[in-house]
Design a protein around this ligand. Sequence first.
Ligand code: NAD
Ligand code: TYD
Length: 356
Amino acid sequence: MITLPENATILITGGAGFIGSHVVRLFVNKYPKYKIVNLDLLTYAGNLENLTDVENADNYTFVKADICDALQMNEVFATYNPDAVIHLAAESHVDRSIEDPLAFVNTNVLGTLHLLNACRKFWRDNFDSKRFYHISTDEVYGSLGETGFFTETTSYDPNSPYSASKAASDHFVRAYGETYGLPIVITNCSNNYGPNQFPEKLIPLFINNIIERKPLPVYGDGNYTRDWLYVVDHAVAIDEVFHRGANGETYNIGGWNEWKNIDLVRVLCKLMDEKLGRESGDSESLITFVKDRPGHDKRYAIDASKIQKELGWKPSVTFEQGLAETIDWYLNNEEWLSNVTSGNYREYYNSMYSDR
Ligand code: NAD
Ligand code: TYD
């Protein structure tokens, strides 16, 4: 639980990205008295087009800055004097982390440390009514077999450079809580899907490829399992934990919604055929099994009963609803999609997929 001033300033990092933009929208609309400062470097994954509906709101400010730049973080804290931080800025794609692990250490580990240091410095180790909320992933727990779930006490066992960098950042956040008394809270969430997700992750990449009738590159045999959560439900969970979560605690967030990749892709193909008025089976014929991802985690599954019991949160959107809304969003936002898939995206796609 946190008691914030009515007119609190909340610094949200990574607010131009996929999940961050949904969190910014929720906070700007739901809390008109808060000042929401969105700090984002606008990397390939950051896109201010995600926020056109709130960009002119009185309680919203955008700052282009790099969490890896300690001086810039000091300037931002000196200028805006935030009461709390919700930290989402990160490098977030596993395949990119396999190509360039150092970029992930820089942003996810060192960037997080610069923010933690700025909190200590500007809050002068007086943390009354302050909060540092770190957004993390279930991937820090490693991989499950056929059964079982990740709980908040599951040991960390990351397998990819991405999950290793997120695990390291989680450890530092917790260490700042223990060592300096910084009031921290951490959530570890399962795979998100929904509007505004950059088409490098499974669902938007496959939607885009189906639209363009390009092959659908399923890694390995496709028998890998993920637990999928609609991004708006994640944003609601973040709101609950931010305001009502206990200091020093971790909460797992998940959708109770496990799918093998190949089954999910088949459902997606069927829905896309219906929406695009194509013959049944058209999109499925695009499925191509390709070389597996190295170190590919077999299964993630979240036990989200702690957040449900303690904060009353549970997912509100079924997978059928969420997937249909997601597909509709991509079909209705062709310009967004073509803007993000032009230029550098083509290079990325060729380098990632041409030799699979
Ligand atoms: P994203 O890649 O869509 O967005 C990341 C944002 O961070 C972008 O706007 C980018 O410009 C910004 N950013 C990157 N480096 C920066 C820097 N040095 N300084 C300032 N801003 C920078 O990521 P996402 O999917 O929205 O994930 C957000 C957070 O949630 C991440 O911490 C991720 O680990 C975590 N998470 C994601 C998922 C998922 O399924 N996408 C699931 C669980 C947890
Ligand atoms: P992704 O969306 O990259 O999320 P994560 O690796 O963080 O879980 O991938 C989800 C699953 O889909 C994962 O098992 C890898 C698989 N996948 C493919 O089969 N093909 C692809 O082109 C991509 C991007 C992912």
